[in-house]
Ligand binder design. Structure first.
Ligand SMILES: Nc1ncnc2c1ncn2[C@@H]1O[C@H](COP(=O)(O)OP(=O)(O)OP(=O)(O)O)[C@@H](O)[C@H]1O
Ligand SMILES: [Mg+2]
Length: 248
């Protein structure tokens, strides 16, 4: 359902002190695919290229070369239909705190051209799955970061996307809230969606991901089910794979 073929992305950044331009190869020759009903974990240290990869998949950034297809549509040739196929959660969880979750979801439903009753039903269903329904009509000013994260997740899924792209959905969440989010990811999988989740949390990957890709310096090292990855590297945890990659 989601297919990346030989995707490359570089940035040019200027060093203010030396005034020299520097080229950062954020993503290099990246290829992998995620099928319907599969959770794919994208693992990697800070600056590895995870968010850049996800931003390209959802159409917020263009690859320099290579192609990304969602449901067999090329994201560069058909950006609009592709955008409606994906639900994206970024690491920036800012929400308009003047609104209640119900109001915010209603507004987003309108933006997306959804029938207001359908948007209401889906929005409340999502808040229920995220255990936030009791807060549906409370202004978000005093919400904790976990509660705001849940609202952002509901917003990302409101239009019923077949492909779900979550950038670090559990970072900063307590174990209970993180479990609620992981349970929701399992539901999304059981509904036949293709899910990509980036994270630093390796136990989470071992627990819920069907396949895992480890990205290091923009390159994919290994793309396999977690157990196979451990076998291949002859280690007991994905963390050890990380250390082996860091010190080859
Ligand atoms: N808009 C941009 N302009 C310049 N450089 C960028 C831009 N976006 C990303 N980069 C660079 O590309 C590299 C990969 O960044 P990216 O955000 O994809 O990493 P990440 O794996 O998501 O890291 P983290 O775990 O810290 O979120 C980094 O060196 C980063 O500085
Ligand atoms: Mg990131």
């Amino acid at each position: 359902m989601i297919q990346l073929s030989d995707v490359n992305k570089a940035f040019r950044v200027k060093d203010r002190k030396t005034r020299a331009w520097k080229r950062i190869e954020a993503v290099k020759s990246l290829s992998f695919q995620v099928r319907a009903g599969e959770i794919y974990g994208l693992l990697g240290p800070n600056g590895a290229g995870k968010s850049t990869t996800l931003r390209m998949i959802v159409g917020l950034m263009k690859p320099d070369s290579g192609s990304i297809r969602i449901c067999d549509l090329d994201t560069q040739e058909k950006p609009e239909p592709c955008r409606s196929l994906v639900g994206y959660l970024s690491t920036d969880i800012s929400v308009y705190t003047r609104f209640t979750p119900r109001e915010l979801l209603r507004i987003f439903g309108e933006f997306q051209g959804l029938d207001p009753r359908v948007a209401e039903r889906r929005g409340m269903g999502l808040l229920e799955k995220l255990q936030l329904k009791d807060f549906a009509d409370i202004r978000m000013e005093g919400f904790s970061s976990g509660q705001k994260q849940k609202v952002s997740i509901a917003r990302a899924l409101l239009h019923d996307p077949v492909a779900v792209i979550f950038d670090e959905p559990t970072t900063g969440l307590d174990v209970f809230t993180a479990k609620t989010v992981l349970d929701l990811l399992r539901i999304l999988k059981s509904e036949g969606r293709a899910v990509i989740v980036s994270t630093h949390l390796m136990p989470m990957v071992e627990e819920i991901c069907d396949r895992v890709g480890i990205i290091f310096g923009g390159e994919l090292h290994g793309d396999a089910p977690p157990a196979e990855m451990l076998e291949r590297w002859k280690v007991h945890s994905l963390e050890e794979v990380f250390f082996k990659l860091a010190v080859p």
